[in-house]
Design a protein around this ligand. Structure first.
Ligand code: HEC
Length: 701
């Protein structure tokens, strides 16, 4: 069980085939098609996150296709000099791959050879940051390219823009304040000459979420859009927030300041000049701990459209009212032109954490259609307005002390991992995480505390099983077309190509190609490291490359948090970048050799004391970095079952004393932790290490 408090919670034939020969093999019709496609700049470059402002993760390339994918192999691989792990979508411009990572790391590698051309890393002191700033420093989901610059966030609320050619810093800007509960882990979004960035509050409920738009040339702020109202004791910023404040109920501000974090998805629409912002949920998660008469708690769990140039509000669509499950809407926002009632309509496709996929009118936000693409335990379906019809069994707060199953998990059925789209078939591809989670309201836990067991689906209950799958959802027919289940639940983002393929990297290190129309697995290779980032593909001098970063997943919150679901012990290897092409001949890098877990130095500790320590570990946010069961997936954050503190004095020096809190380390100082709490933590960590050493415990794959 896991307890989440207010400050917490927050995957042959080896021969050279020249393009011409390959296209001829696939038939004459394809020849003209490929040469035209390969001249399209969208195919020689992958400059935008998701390859287009529409965020479709689609490439109009078919040199690698259903017929020849069997000959796809490794062209080259290189180690990447980053200690934490890379999960950002690789961006590609003029033969150079730009990969972002933690500590605002940017790497520029040559696409033909993998050679590192230059790199940038932020070395500024962040030791005054809150937990959120420290966390953001370790978790980074990539960069943006715009106006000749590569732009990335530092984690502790700053943005840095460097010259795309040289890696020299051009500007630096401050967005949020990381001494408060704010940090940034998202890839910045760009459009309309601006850089858009939100922030994360680590589900603390203590800060007010917002989105900033900065001038791409200078980093100067142009506008700010708050996602939730401010302190009701003061004048609201505008009538919009007077309206929003009324939806939070009586006395809401004493219980929650929001957060409504826009911590990831925002999609810029160049045709309508709108920015679609996905907003996170209210905290605490348990609605009985927020205002009893709350309405929609705007704009949490909503898609909000604002004018991209001015930040002026245009429309919103609420997805999960009375959220009790952390079903954020800040993941998976795509734009697509779809046939609706006989005419083509510009639509926003939203796939939040709650298990539904929605189609909204891009101009008005009006609900067009939507349906569940996975089993749900909280709602029966959507009504005509797209509002969920609740199931009583999902409402755990009405049954304190009883065991309840949350499905999707409180981390969502779909997270920040990239969706993909086929503009011809209109299929939307979703990386689904099926993770039934045991949930109870816990009267003993800290404010907002819940008891949760995210690994419940691996505990042997035949009714509830954890697994991952790719789901092809048809937004026109409003139903699922196919499912391709895979082993572990938390895998990488997706890529669709006109070759009729969907690519996905897996927690266990495989890169897989599925038939885009049927879901049949057509190809896979073991890359030697867990994958979370979405692959990219481009055509360079007649060769189609597929690029993917691999390695331990600490660079994604859930990579570390759910290390047993997002990695295997063997796939926890250091960061690497890999390139695939037809007829690639490079030798594959290897998986990790798994060493047995050492016998802890300290003897087993008191069980009751360890139980208290577990709650502290989870409610103080240790779990956010060091992972459930203190087993982080690697990188700069140590797995504490492999490295338990040898004695209490050492634990105190690190946790209370902040011995490893300055830059090189990045282990936050917890000044307010009492001696009794430190003792309980020591007991918990020691016993977890003993359990792991003796292979005890519910889930030890
Ligand atoms: C923001 C992420 C983060 C959080 C939150 C965090 N840690 Fe750490 N922790 C780290 C990192 C990074 C290191 C490695 C520092 C180094 O090697 O310099 C570390 C190191 C440690 C070590 C030392 C391991 C060793 O033997 O060198 C202990 C013990 C530890 N953490 C315990 C905790 C506890 C207990 C909490 C909660 C009260 C916690 N950590 C919260 C990131 C975090």
């Amino acid at each position: 069980m896991s307890s989440i408090g207010i400050a917490s919670f927050s995957r042959s034939i080896r021969r050279m085939v020249p393009t011409v020969a390959a296209t001829l093999l696939s038939g004459a019709v394809l020849v003209g098609c490929v040469s035209a496609a390969s001249q399209d700049p969208r195919n020689t470059n992958w400059e935008a996150l998701g390859n287009s402002p529409e965020m479709q993760h689609h490439a109009d390339l078919s040199t690698i296709n259903r017929d020849n994918v069997g000959q796809l192999d490794l062209a080259w691989w290189v180690p990447m000099p980053n200690l934490d792990g890379l999960v950002g979508n690789p961006l590609i411009a003029d033969g150079v791959i730009y990969q972002g990572g933690p500590s605002a790391a940017i790497f520029a590698n040559d696409i033909k050879t993998g050679k590192l051309l230059w790199s940038y890393e932020d070395t500024a002191d962040f030791s005054k940051s809150s937990l959120s700033g420290y966390w953001g420093r370790r978790m980074n989901r990539g960069l943006a390219l715009s106006d000749g610059k590569a732009i990335i966030t530092t984690g502790d609320c700053r943005l840095v823009a460097v010259d795309q050619k040289t890696g020299e810093k051009v500007w630096e800007a401050q967005s949020c304040d990381s001494t408060q509960m704010y940090g940034i882990s998202a890839a910045p979004r760009v459009g309309a000459g601006l850089v858009f960035i939100g922030n994360a509050c680590m589900d603390s409920g203590t800060t007010r979420g917002f989105v900033d738009a900065l001038d791409v040339k200078t980093g100067k702020r142009r506008w700010r859009f708050y996602t939730v109202p401010g302190d009701p004791a003061e004048k609201q910023d505008s009538p919009l927030y007077d309206m929003a404040a009324k939806t939070w109920g009586t006395g809401w501000y004493e219980k929650s300041h929001g957060c409504g974090s826009a911590w990831d998805a925002m999609t810029y629409d160049p045709k309508l000049n709108l920015l679609y912002i996905g907003v996170g949920g209210p905290s605490p998660f348990d609605p009985s701990k927020r205002a009893a008469d709350a309405g929609d708690e705007l704009f949490t769990n909503s898609i909000v459209a604002v004018d991209a140039t001015t930040g002026e509000y245009k429309w919103h669509f609420k997805e999960t009212p009375h959220d009790g499950w952390n079903y954020d809407a800040t993941v998976g926002i795509m734009i697509a032109d779809l046939p609706v009632g006989g005419e083509m309509r510009r639509t926003v496709i939203s796939v939040p954490k709650n298990g539904f996929a929605y189609v909204l009118d891009a101009k008005t936000g009006k609900f067009i259609s939507g349906s569940a693409y996975t089993d749900l335990n909280w709602a029966k379906g959507l009504d005509d307005n797209g509002r969920p019809i609740l199931k009583p069994e999902g409402q755990y707060w009405l049954r304190p002390g009883e065991v309840n199953i949350a499905l999707p998990a409180l981390s969502g059925s779909h997270g920040w991992e990239a969706l993909a789209y086929d503009p011809e078939s209109h299929l939307v591809y979703i990386p689904n995480m099926v993770m039934p989670t045991k949930v109870e309201s816990d009267p003993k836990a800290l404010v907002g505390g819940l008891l949760m067991d995210f690994y419940y689906g691996s505990s042997g209950d035949p009714k509830w099983k954890s697994y991952g799958e790719v789901v092809a959802w048809d937004p026109v027919a409003n139903k699922v077309k196919w499912r391709a289940p895979s082993g572990l639940p938390i895998n990488g983002g997706l890529l669709h190509t006109s070759g009729g393929l969907v690519f996905q990297g897996m927690a266990d290190g495989r890169l897989v190609a599925f038939d885009a129309l049927t879901g049949k697995e057509l190809w896979s290779r073991q890359t030697g490291g867990a994958i979370r980032g979405a692959p990219s593909t481009v055509m360079v001098d007649g060769v189609q490359y597929v690029i993917v970063p691999t390695g331990n997943g600490t660079a994604a919150a859930t990579g570390s948090y759910f290390s047993k679901y997002s990695t295997t012990p063997q796939s926890r290897t250091p960061p690497r970048l890999l390139a695939f092409r037809i007829g690639g001949k490079a030798k594959y890098p290897s998986l990790a050799t798994v060493e047995p877990i050492n016998r802890p130095v300290a003897p087993r500790q008191d069980v009751a004391m360890a139980g208290k320590g577990k709650i502290i570990f989870e409610s103080y946010g240790c779990v956010d970095c060091h992972g459930m069961n203190a087993d982080a997936s690697g990188g700069r954050i140590p797995s504490l079952i492999r490295m338990p503190p040898s004695d209490l004095a050492y634990l105190k020096s690190v946790v209370q004393g902040g011995a490893l809190s300055t830059n090189g380390g990045g282990m936050p100082q917890f000044k307010d932790l009492t001696d009794a709490e430190a003792e309980a933590l020591f007991a918990y960590l020691t016993n977890e290490a003993w359990d792991a050493h003796e292979k005890k415990g519910a889930f030890r794959p």
